[in-house]
Design a protein around this ligand. Structure first.
Ligand code: ZN
Ligand code: ZN
Length: 97
């Protein structure tokens, strides 16, 4: 039963801060915030949300043609510049080998 050990409470700092994202009250933090960072604090919920958003890959939608195989491309992981040849995912992978 290792679970009990993992549940041991972490040292928490108590205080009275405000979440910079949702405006909710924060009474406990796992770290002591710097005075200069008090305005950027986030509650646990917003912190989690931010992480999820970052892990999500943003894709640009459009209608391009692969310069190599001529296949249609509808999604790119980055916004293509007009002066650069666009490659589909398969050709892109192939060119890196
Ligand atoms: Zn919040
Ligand atoms: Zn291609």
């Amino acid at each position: 039963m290792d679970r009990f050990n993992n549940d041991a409470p972490r040292k928490m700092f108590e205080g009275n801060w405000t979440c910079s994202e949702c405006g909710g009250a924060i009474t406990q933090l796992p770290f002591q915030p710097d005075e200069s960072r008090v305005g950027t604090l986030k509650c646990l919920d917003c912190h989690k949300k931010g992480r999820e958003r970052r892990s999500e890959r943003h894709m640009f939608e459009g209608n391009w043609t692969c310069s190599e195989c001529g296949k249609e491309i509808t999604q790119m992981p980055f916004e293509p510049r007009g002066d650069k040849p666009i490659k589909c995912f398969d050709c892109f992978k192939g060119s890196r080998r």
